[in-house]
Write a protein that binds this ligand. Sequence first.
Ligand SMILES: Nc1ncnc2c1ncn2[C@@H]1O[C@H](COP(=O)(O)OP(=O)(O)OP(=O)(O)O)[C@@H](O)[C@H]1O
Ligand SMILES: [Mg+2]
Length: 361
Amino acid sequence: MHIKNLTLKNFRNYSDESFTFTDGLNVLYGRNAQGKTNCAEAVFYLCTGVSPRARRDRQLIKHGEQRAEISATACGRYGDVNISASIWENGREIRVNGNKISKNADLLGNIFSVFFSPSELRLIQDGPDERRRFLNISISQLSRPYYTALLRYNKILEQRNNLLKDRDTGLIYDTLPVWDEQLSKYAAVVVRHRADFVARLAPLAMQEHFTLTDGAEELSVRPQKKYSGSDEEVRDVIFDELRRNYERDIRLGYTSCGPHRDDLDFVINGQDAKNFASQGQTRTAALSVKLAEMEIFKQLSGEYPVLILDDVMSELDLPRRKKLAERAQGMQTILTCTHAERVLCGRQSNKIRIEGGAVKR
Ligand SMILES: Nc1ncnc2c1ncn2[C@@H]1O[C@H](COP(=O)(O)OP(=O)(O)OP(=O)(O)O)[C@@H](O)[C@H]1O
Ligand SMILES: [Mg+2]
């Protein structure tokens, strides 16, 4: 799977620019603050419907403009697909092959993409939110039932949390079981998909980390909580857990258990990475997890995703850079950096120089 071309209009610091990509290595290079990451961000946005960094879509619109337009054509197993997005102050419209989609679920799965940047260190170092975000974005690309269950779960959770803040405890006790029946049903779908995903991810991440470190380090990825059994069994376990926590939840005013509290542990050579790993180790572990994610896309869809590497080469030592360059062979890679020569390790590439929100031709 690869993206053939991309057009940006009033997107971030771009007014109107087009890019042509090859199915191999594409290097966006140029000085700081010219628009390299912005371009990489646009690619990921068209693949997933979310920006890897902006929390609000309106941040993507060029300052002083009303509307950003982005569009790309990708080529995959099933032929070409065109995706376009139009973003304005209070909304957006996404089209797949010219047809307006009503739900983000209809966008997901058209172009798979894995994004890696230095801020992916947060995956290991930050709180559990980052790890759930990783799982959610990744699994949602692969599974529509997951994405739909997650949206429903979050919606009911919000209503449940509102209820918990009510002063009428009688009403709360009467209503909770009704919410929890629904909540635990969707929770079961979410936790089962996550468990399957992590079960695939863990051995692959271990292998990638082993390779990147020349066998010096062993990375384990472990879910903090394990659920087993059928969907119905998991649903019952979660339903009971919610019930056991009624009193606590009412006291706290929010729901204290469930998949919105799940977390993963990253362990390097037997030690918790979050508290003990060096910067380089953390970076390598995060990269291993992303490469493993890429491999899962390949296993499940038959094609490698578009690999976006934003500014990561400069932070790796030469052997790791070489290994990563080797690893990215055979799949479309969009890489940003300040000095193209330094990161290429002799590989052929499509070099695109970016200056002031434009391609320097
Ligand atoms: N909505 C926006 N409208 C106009 N300009 C923006 C907008 N959002 C970001 N920019 C500008 O885009 C510029 C380029 O940002 P970008 O992150 O793409 O730089 P970069 O080329 O990746 O640089 P670096 O090498 O430092 O990572 C920044 O100077 C930023 O201020
Ligand atoms: Mg950048």
